[in-house]
Design a protein around this ligand. Structure first.
Ligand code: SF4
Length: 316
């Protein structure tokens, strides 16, 4: 029996960003340099496939520093950590390597600069996400006010409404964040913000690409993990760009084939922490069931690369 025809529309850019790539290299190079086990505080990036592969090479993932021994190197994840974490590692004389994405570190520096200029910080982010926890933890407890929605802006109680600055998590929805920033500026006209959005290039580019494919297809699959902020935003962006059926899938075996019945075009993208190998796996799963033609919609080209820390660059 002949297979039904289906067009897969691949969004580009998709998948790994420079920060994720660097964080994974840091773990691999640390294992090479110091041998296994290497401890990693929190999932190095939010992707089970990546974490499992690194675990197989000798990485041990822990949630808190006190779960790691003093005498093994520890790596801090790409999401960034509160200041108390490296301070504690130093106190314990541990070897540590910080895999915080340089674009997250840039936000940390902004927060400190505003704070030292006497401005109170407002952070637009998701409560409890490790990046938000890490960024808020650059300043003393209680110094950063968190807003998640435009409604939160109305209930903010700053010390001095005329002396405020805002920063954002790097993986937010570009469109939703614009609304929150507008509400902040409306209520606090003198609030100071970043010259350019804190939302990173990778988040912005992946959202633009999914926005371009969503109106053309009957369904969008976003390959990514449920705890990956940028992947979840891609699902929301696809829906608000006009595709009613947009779903997050960790791997090909999570695709709900029944839900795709009668659909002849499917958009595929991947969050910044999802490897291309998983995209290939999804394409192969479609090929098993359909007569597939593949199209690519490219909305930007990326050539950003971040260096690994010096301690891993110098051969010893
Ligand atoms: S999504 Fe952006 S901020 Fe996060 S690791 Fe990638 S480049 Fe860095």
């Amino acid at each position: 029996m002949s297979k039904p025809q289906l067009t897969l529309v691949l969004a580009a850019p998709r998948g790994f960003c420079a920060g994720v790539d660097r964080a994974i290299k840091i773990v691999e190079m640390s294992i090479e340099k110091w041998g296994a086990p290497i401890y990693v505080r929190h999932e190095i990036v939010h992707n089970k496939f990546v974490v499992d592969s690194l675990r197989a090479k000798g990485a041990v993932f822990v949630e808190e520093l006190d779960e790691a021994p003093d005498d093994r190197p520890v790596i801090f994840s790409a999401h960034g950590v509160a200041k108390i974490v490296p301070a504690e590692a130093q106190r314990r004389n541990m070897i540590y390597v910080d895999a915080t994405c340089p674009l997250v570190s840039k936000v940390h520096i902004e927060a400190e600069r505003h704070h030292s200029n006497g401005l109170q910080m407002v952070m637009i982010g998701h409560a409890g996400h490790p990046e938000t926890v890490g960024t808020m933890g650059q300043l003393p407890e209680g110094e950063v006010l968190l807003v998640e929605t435009t409604e939160d802006v109305a209930t903010l109680k700053p010390c001095d409404p005329a002396r405020l600055a805002y920063i954002t998590q790097t993986t937010l929805s570009v469109d939703d964040t614009k609304g929150i920033v507008a509400a902040l500026k409306d209520r606090f006209p003198s609030i100071v913000g970043p010259n350019k959005e804190d939302i990173c290039y990778a988040t912005t580019n992946r959202q633009e690409a999914v926005k371009a494919i969503a109106p053309k297809v009957g369904a969008v699959l976003v390959i990514g993990a449920p705890n990956s902020s940028n992947s979840r935003r891609l699902v929301e962006v696809a829906r608000s760009a006009g595709c009613d059926y947009a779903q997050l899938v960790g791997r090909a075996n999570e695709i709900d084939w029944a839900a795709l019945e009668g659909i002849d075009s499917v958009g595929v993208t991947a969050g910044a922490s999802a490897p291309e190998l998983l995209v290939d796996e999804v394409i192969d799963a479609f090929r098993d069931r359909y007569d597939v033609s593949v199209e690519m919609v490219e909305t930007a080209r990326e050539n950003i690369e971040f260096k690994v820390p010096r301690v891993l660059r110098v051969a010893e």
